[in-house]
Design a protein around this ligand. Structure first.
Ligand code: PRP
Ligand code: MN
Ligand code: MG
Length: 182
């Protein structure tokens, strides 16, 4: 983490603040379901890996893990579609699904994932995101059930979030120096 810090303009969410909020989110999620409900956690690769690993430890009910990777069609973002790179391993029909995301930016990824998973007839679908950038939202109709932090429109990295696949391992959320990506 030390090596990366000199490339960051600022840290916007420190490690302890992040962890405290994630524990609180785990309690909120636990309280939102009937006792005894089994929950299928769906991690959207790759950014949500860290968040799902930590969040799941604060959810006090039986959970199972599955993973999905999607990609925006580059250059044709206006079509508003994404393609599945890696689908879920298990069927979700009749299951209570919680989609776990690191960040909602335009909303393109989540809008498409929710639409795809809804066709599979789960018992319920809810969404947990660590970060939300409401200023950037193009896809208005997304219900976010559990949101960790609203953040301003800055290029953030760390705790799963990357710039060119790097910085995912930082234990905090930081803003990259402008020279690092412009
Ligand atoms: C990032 C992030 C979200 C998505 C948010 O993923 O992890 O999944 O973009 O942006 P949107 O709301 O505009 O769709 P990315 O596609 O960079 O893949 P990654 O998780 O592997 O980094
Ligand atoms: Mn992602
Ligand atoms: Mg990314």
């Amino acid at each position: 983490a030390k090596i990366a810090e000199d490339k960051l303009a600022e840290i916007i969410i420190e490690q302890d603040e992040l962890q405290n909020r994630i524990e609180e989110m785990g309690r909120e999620i636990t309280d939102a379901y009937e006792p005894g409900t089994e929950l299928r956690l769906v991690c959207i690769l790759r950014g949500a890996v860290m968040f799902m690993a930590d969040l799941s430890q604060s959810i006090n009910m039986p959970v199972t893990f599955d993973f999905m990777e999607v990609s925006s069609y580059s250059g044709t973002e206006s079509t508003g579609t994404v393609r599945i790179i890696k689908d879920l391993e298990d069927a979700i029909s009749g299951e209570h699904v919680l989609i776990v995301e690191d960040i909602i930016d335009t909303g393109l990824t989540l809008r498409n994932v929710v639409d795809m998973l809804e066709t599979r007839k789960p018992a319920s679908i809810k969404v947990a995101t660590l970060l939300d950038k409401p200023e950037r939202r193009d896809y208005k109709h997304i219900d976010v059930d559990f949101n960790g932090f609203e953040i301003p429109d800055k290029f953030v990295v760390g705790y799963g979030l990357d710039y060119e696949e790097k910085y995912r391992n930082l234990p905090f959320i930081g803003v990259l120096e402008e020279g690092e990506y412009n």
